[in-house]
Design a protein around this ligand. Sequence first.
Ligand code: HJL
Ligand code: ZN
Length: 168
Amino acid sequence: MATHRSHEDYMRLALDQAKKAPPKPTNFCVGAVLVSPSANDPILAVGHTMELPGNTHAEQCCLQKIAEQAELSEDEVGKVLPHDTVLYTTMEPCNMRLSGNLPCVDRVLRTRQHGGGIQKVYLGVKEPEKFVGENQGRRKLEDAGVEVIHVGGMEEEILRIATAGHEK
Ligand code: HJL
Ligand code: ZN
């Protein structure tokens, strides 16, 4: 029997991840969960901002963990993702980073280059216009054919966690 969790349940798991991120004034504390809804064990990976060494984002950490397990580099992780893979993230995937690192939108899209890969993105909040102006992440994903769905109801808590360590 597949485990049945609602979108809100997965977003709550992503939020639990976000709480583990170290507060940093120059980014947001975000959590993410990569899920294959049809699997008996649907959670493929969880991740949070700054979890893996370096300046890493939550979504990036999920992909890097799966790549490491499969002994692949992150840019090839699409080859081992189930065809119904979806991403839950407390914040809209980034399309520009102050550090110049590869944005998570590009990481998501390259999982799809061999067919399959990430099919849908569920997000908890849009990225606040604090570091990079208006994030075009959602638009870019949708333009590339990825369905983006807002899971509402947790915005306040998500933003409180995301901005921990920011000057008020
Ligand atoms: C998302 C994350 C994270 C952000 N967004 N979706 N997941 N930290 O884990 C977006 C924000 C960037 C800043 C700073 N944050 O992180 O725009 O230093 O964190 O590359 O632009 O850029 P760096
Ligand atoms: Zn990112």
